[in-house]
Design a protein around this ligand. Sequence first.
Ligand code: ATP
Length: 326
Amino acid sequence: MIKISGLTFDYPGHRALHQVSLHVEAGSVTALVGSNGAGKTTLMRCIAGLETPLSGSISVAGLDVLEQPREVHRIMGYLSDFYGLYQELTVARCFEYAAAAQGLPAPAMPQAIQTTARQLGLTERLQQTCDKLSRGLRQRVAIGQAIIHAPKLLLLDEPASGLDPEARASLAGLFRQLQAQGMTLLVSSHILAELDEYSSHMLALRDGKVLEYRALDHGSTALAPRKSLRITLAQANPGLQAQLAAEPALQISASDERSADVVFSGDEHAQAALLARLIGGGLAISSFTDQKENLQQSYLRSVASYENGQSGQNGQHTPSNGRSAS
Ligand code: ATP
């Protein structure tokens, strides 16, 4: 959906993006993460055709963003980190305005407005003016404006900032729903636990460079060949390590007499058989859990490996495990 090659962007006196290359898969939800000033907003603005890079190319669904910005905007929605709404317009008029700006033909507008309002739970609010809406509802109107033309790609810069936990949860539900409809999403946020709920990929930026772009491990499918497990015993057993070491499908990462972290290779049936053998062997197992790496751990691992690379390789680094990034 998004292909970026050798993208470099300079603000006066400051290089904000350095040689960013990236392929974002259609239908994915990518969490764009990175510390303050990493370049997230700049990257989104470049993809949205709102900034002209110093060098490099960006295409969206095969369209060149610099050469065909209008065509790209027809298939893209963008919610900036600081957006404005016309306070005195009703929600319906805000949607109509956005639909007109996106070039939707007039006969298609009523349907688009109704569909968007339904998706965002705003049907009852269509005749209310924006100045009467809570922050969460205003955020929904802004997202509605970004998706009124049913874009293929949606860019959201900090969409949940300032929202309460309930509003964040319903936003996560909306993003899952949009993905299920086939939309590709790129979402930036500093709240990684929240991104973790709906993201399929992580794009980590640091100092304007791609640290890592990869599919997130959303854990245990029946076919997952390797997974990290934590085994905990109800009481200490000096034989734990020896018993685990005798299992050919296990690799022990850490263990003591009470617990062990292991990497297991095998499907769910093999995992069930392993558990039965360990219990049969006399281990009082109180928990046997899949240790899925969450987005926060994944991001911190990327940063740590970047920093180790920086100190070890005099500033050179290669993104670890990157799919199509450099
Ligand atoms: P945050 O998480 O704080 O929103 P970000 O990752 O979105 O940060 P950007 O806003 O893209 O980062 O900024 C990248 C770098 O470019 C930062 O060092 C920032 O100070 C700098 N920068 C951003 N806008 C400008 C500007 N208009 N002029 C000069 N430098 C800028």
